[in-house]
Design a protein around this ligand. Structure first.
Ligand code: FES
Length: 131
């Protein structure tokens, strides 16, 4: 594995991913496909007072997608949605101490799915506000 340039941290998250699964009745749900490889990612969030209290993901993506999603969910848990929506694939790759260049597109999935879930939450909130 080291030969293809995965950091130890990537390997740790890949072998033992955090927050895998689904959430019943999530406050926000996002699903995105990766145009490069066709893999899918789903993200579920629970939100209280605009803070992400719980987050889970499910993916058909590769090892890098699993590792980056695991990392994203750890970063986002406990974060205000205004902050979480700004998490970029670069932040995630940095946290993971880098990804091989040919795998950078995989980290899009996690950050994009999180943003989709937050947008879904915001849309539902607006709908509720309008009654
Ligand atoms: Fe598809 Fe990595 S190759 S997510």
């Amino acid at each position: 594995m080291a030969q293809i340039g995965y950091s130890e941290k990537v390997m740790k998250h890949f072998m033992n991913p955090r927050n895998v699964g689904t959430i019943d009745n999530p406050d926000g749900y996002g699903k995105v496909g990766n145009p490069v490889c066709g893999d899918l990612m789903e993200m579920f969030i629970k939100v209280e007072d605009d803070v992400i209290t719980d987050i889970k993901f499910r993916t058909f993506g590769c090892g890098s997608a699993i590792a980056t999603s695991s990392m994203v969910t750890e970063m986002a848990k406990g974060m205000h949605i205004d902050e979480a929506i700004k998490i970029t694939r670069a932040d995630v790759a940095d946290e993971l101490e880098g990804l091989p260049p040919q795998k950078m597109h995989c980290s899009n999935l996690a950050a994009d799915a999180l943003r989709a879930a937050i947008r879904d939450y915001l849309a539902r909130k607006e709908k509720r506000a309008k009654g």
